[in-house]
Design a protein around this ligand. Sequence first.
Ligand code: AOF
Ligand code: ZN
Length: 367
Amino acid sequence: MSWSEPMRRALALAERGRYGTSPNPMVGAVVLDASGAVVGEGAHLRCGGPHAEVAALSAAGALAAGGTLVVTLEPCVHHGRTPPCVDLVLASGVARVVIGARDPNPVVDGRGVAILRQAGVEVVEGVEDEACRVLIRRFSHWMRTGLPEVTLKMAMTLDGKLAARGGRSRWITSESSRREGYALREEFDALLVGVGTVLADDPRLLRHLGLAEDPHLRRIVLDSGLRTPETATLFHTMPEDVTVFHLEGATAERRRALGDAGATLVEVGDDGTGRCDLRQVLRWLGSHQVSSLLVEGGGEVHWSFLREGLAQRLHAFVAPLILGGREAVHAVGGVGFASPQEAVRVRFGELRRLEDDLVLVGEIGGV
Ligand code: AOF
Ligand code: ZN
């Protein structure tokens, strides 16, 4: 029997958790009885909720005995927010467990497989494993590095401009692109911008589409000198979700003003160019349950992430407009790399047309 088909079904079920499981991974599961008929399906829908196997096995009930559990992620062995899945898998009496990817969480990583095998359950691995690993990409990165996986989102003209000189960076791309950009905000744990963007655009940076279960979105501002005005629109709604990173030199008065506006202030070290040390910023976010970070500019912030090699993904919307202008706002600022050999390479995974725009999604630094 090929397990690819039920595994692909499990992968599809896992998608149901896209807007709710973080920082937990998305997981899907299917239970087949001894004859191969589907008797239970389930997905992990939200962090703190039942794991996928639990949902699928409870749906199957007594029909699971002697059957097969097909699950995109290795069953867990630990007490987290919920009890260990392996206990339930063993109690269900399934004869076989088919696993897509091992759990990169160091408290699990292979132990789930070992416990099941010791108990005499047949374990099959490597089924649709590539797709199962892609499904938990952000979670794996966070587990492995302790830092959130970083995606740079850029909406730009064909000549790589975010805005005209001194201009606001709004309305360059089509309505559909803007909607897709907003949809990204619903599936990331946090959104980051530089203070330049706050000063130029005075954005709200909220979740507007209602796709995520949680209306809260952590909003991060990199603001070495605490120039963010306490009257910024950012603070009008859910100010408790705003964290501002700054350097030591910020005055007590500015700290008080932004603290009073509701922001959490975090002091970090200098990166050597007078800006916040991004590694420290990411470490702080990673230790506060942020496993995925969407960076929405501006150009200086994009440059800092690229220069430090701290961005993993690019999601670019390119409008069929040529703005020109030496003084226009470039998608990536900074001093730039000195030669094409040093340039950051992007491996495009997806190239799409959206209304009149192009959407380019890729992996940064991939070869
Ligand atoms: C599974 N099935 O559906 C998921 C798993 O705090 P808890 O109890 O929700 O545990 C979270 C950890 O469990 C998470 O870090 C990851 O290692 C694993 N997630 N495991 O067997 C699931 N979502
Ligand atoms: Zn579990």
